[in-house]
Ligand binder design. Structure first.
Ligand code: GDP
Length: 445
């Protein structure tokens, strides 16, 4: 347990009905006693007056005491719930500092919860993800991660790996023998199952990461094709100025929308075209830069033709381009979504709204949300990265096994995979990684 006591205002800055100061650490009983003037019964709401050292009134409110280890951090925790005014909160904070607490760093309460074994690392991250959720679906998925759904999947995977490794390592005790045929086929089958389990978790984690971070969709295409109109139709606002004059959208416009819980960051670009106007040239330059970071490009045109070669070269090799054939109302065509050799093509009218549902459905499918993600969980790039690295070790183990490499080499790859997967829940996590994770939290969490 850590020796010092930390304090922070846990409610957001500004004025609110209630403001909460949270204290964690060994000085909690004394601090409670000094501020309330009496000892506080554990786990009960105790109404009282919060006072300065000289007895001056700070606030009246409710004190909650959670003695260690049954608290969020696993230490003694005190919550002082007062009136949510910035000066009141500041006075209360100062009083706690005066009584020996020090200001908490961002995420330090959750970090202590992790260090005291109340949460594993994936759960601790889910606390921040829950707070930062931008859609109701993200909240539900972060909730599942917080309750340990993701962690249990990883733990099961690691248990299987350990079993298999122990079995293989048992053969290492007989150095003259390599894995014989019978046990090799059992090991091959076990390893196949572990790889399949990993593949499944990777797919679900990818889905969780998309729901957490959203899909970055660039709207691009020649001037006057209807990009702004489509943006407005998708977002239901008049965020982009729609005008019939080519080249109006000179700057970038970003907009967060959601489609059935999938957050989508839409980036509307300047009409990408050659121009002598320096302002427009700048718009075109920015548009091209955005294209590189996209998960997906919606290429809007009145024809079914995609972007020309020079624009294609700016796109990341694996970034899909969906061709949106706009203004079908002018041609009397019906909306449709078709797969062609050149990729997906969606015919719609941004102005009338015909076919927008096809586009929305397609975006959901692209994000892997075709079906409702039952049992899904929130995940981060860090988790996907660990899963990918572990996956490569498993592939290497499979390769070694298939090519009759020594049992030792196979076991070593499995061991590496186990360590890498352990980074997700924090079983094997470098300190600097912990620092990076918790410093992105808000203060008081
Ligand atoms: P941008 O330059 O690509 O952003 O194009 P705008 O969204 O500003 O649209 C250019 C013009 O096309 C405007 O006059 C729009 O009203 C019109 N427009 C956009 N979408 C449609 C559509 O689906 N049907 C019709 N008839 N006109 C459209």
């Amino acid at each position: 347990m850590t020796a010092d006591t930390i304090v922070a205002v846990a409610t957001p800055p500004g004025v609110g009905g209630v403001g909460i100061v949270r204290v964690s650490g060994p000085l909690v009983p004394q601090i409670g006693l000094a501020i309330l003037g009496r000892s506080i019964a554990p786990r009960q709401a105790s109404f009282g007056v919060f006072r300065e050292a000289d007895g001056d009134f700070i606030d009246e409110g409710i004190a909650l005491l959670f003695p260690a280890p049954r608290s969020f951090t696993g230490e003694d925790v005190l919550e002082l719930q007062g009136h949510g005014g910035p000066v009141v909160m500041d006075l209360l904070l100062r009083r706690c500092l005066e009584l020996g607490a020090r200001p908490a760093r961002p995420g330090e309460f959750t970090e202590r919860a992790y260090l005291n074994g109340k949460l594993d690392l994936a759960q601790a991250e889910a606390v921040a993800d829950l707070i930062e959720s931008s859609t109701a679906l993200a909240v539900r998925l972060a909730g599942r991660s917080l309750q340990g759904v993701f962690s249990r999947r990883i733990e099961t995977l690691i248990e299987h790996l350990i079993q298999l490794r122990m079995y293989i390592e048992a053969t290492l005790d007989f150095p003259d023998e390599d894995i014989d045929d019978a046990s090799a086929s059992a090991v091959t089958e076990d390893l196949r199952q572990i790889i399949e389990m990993t593949r499944q978790i990777m797919a679900e984690a990818h889905q969780g990461q998309v729901i957490r971070e959203g899909l970055a969709v660039v709207i691009a295409g020649p001037p006057n094709a209807g990009k702004s109109t489509l943006l407005n139709a998708l977002s239901g606002t008049d965020a982009a100025i729609v005008t019939p004059i080519p080249g109006t959208t000179r700057d970038l416009l970003k907009l967060d929308i959601q489609i059935d819980g999938l957050p989508i960051r839409i980036i509307d670009t300047a009409g990408i075209r050659h121009s002598e106007d320096p302002v427009e040239q700048e718009g075109v330059r920015r548009a091209r830069a955005q294209l590189v970071e996209a998960d997906l490009v919606l290429w809007i045109d009145e024809t079914a033709e995609g972007p020309d070669e020079s624009i294609r070269n700016d796109l990341p090799a694996d970034c899909p381009i969906i061709r949106v054939r706009n203004k079908i109302d002018l041609l009397g065509l019906t909306p449709q979504c078709s797969e062609t050799d050149a990729g997906t093509e969606i015919a719609l009218s941004a102005a009338t709204g015909a076919g927008l549902d096809l586009l929305r459905a397609h975006l959901k499918t692209r994000a892997g949300l075709g079906a409702t993600p039952e049992g899904a969980f929130i995940a981060r790039r860090r988790h996907l990265d660990a899963l990918n690295r572990g996956w490569r070790h498993l592939q290497a183990a499979q390769h070694n096994l298939a090519h009759g490499a020594g049992a030792e080499l196979v076991a070593d790859e499995l061991f590496q995979a186990q360590n890498v997967f352990g980074e997700i829940t924090g079983q094997f996590t470098p300190d600097d990684l912990l620092g990076r994770i918790f410093s992105s939290f808000c203060i008081g969490k």
